[in-house]
Design a protein around this ligand. Structure first.
Ligand SMILES: [Zn+2]
Length: 214
């Protein structure tokens, strides 16, 4: 097994919630919960990060010569793999139904307390630009530069799995993290073990050691 740390930083005001759920839909990767000491804690659950990472892998895999079935619905994955002549590289890394994944992702915890901002917005009717009945709604954001720290473990590491994992991580920096939000930045740390594994993919790792957006 190898593991490394992943640092994630917001590079724009990032929306984490709203009082009018129908506007953006429910797939927000951030969770807010009350600590035992009464403080609000904002973090990214492992399952959200993993889901975003898998989508990123699906999007990029074939550009880098990996196989992807492009499927996330469990009932369809096996059929797709049968037609492809075997398990795809994305499912090999992230797991498929009834099979254990090669990847363990932690929650992403804020490195210091994050104070969210609540802004009131006005909603217009879709076509007429008239102010709608539920005209005012509140949107909650976390500030630019909020940092989160998590850990990724790769069980039975191979060069292929490590490379696809780093490609998916790099993809999060240019894709979108959650609906209605902007890119985030990513940096990896404690990379000695994964470095030793990468061979020709080493340049990709080097690029992920620093922030992309300054
Ligand atoms: Zn697959």
């Amino acid at each position: 097994m190898i593991d490394f740390n992943v640092r994630l930083k917001t590079i724009s005001l990032l929306c984490i919630g709203w009082s009018h759920p129908s506007i953006f839909g429910p797939d927000i990767p951030f969770i807010r919960e009350l600590n035992s000491n009464g403080k609000m804690r904002i973090y990214i659950p492992a399952s959200s990060f993993r889901g975003a990472l898998r989508s990123s892998a699906i999007k990029l895999a074939e550009n880098y010569g990996f196989k992807s079935c492009g499927e996330i619905r469990p009932e369809l994955i096996e059929d797709r793999h049968n037609r492809m002549g075997g398990k795809c590289d994305v499912c090999d890394l992230f797991g498929e139904p009834m099979n254990i994944s090669s990847l363990i992702v932690s929650n992403f915890e804020p490195i210091k307390d994050i104070k969210s901002l609540i802004l009131t917005r006005i909603r217009l009717e879709d076509n007429s630009l008239k102010v709608s009945e539920e005209a005012l709604f509140k949107v909650e954001y976390i500030p630019v530069g909020s940092e989160f720290l998590g850990n990724i473990k790769l069980i039975n590491p191979t060069q292929k799995r490590a490379a696809l994992l780093l490609i998916a991580l790099a993809g999060l920096r240019i894709g979108r993290f959650g609906r209605g939000s902007n890119p985030i930045d990513i940096r990896i740390e404690n990379t000695e073990k994964i470095e030793a594994l990468l061979g020709d993919w080493y340049d990709l790792l080097n690029e992920l050691k620093g922030w992309l957006w300054h």
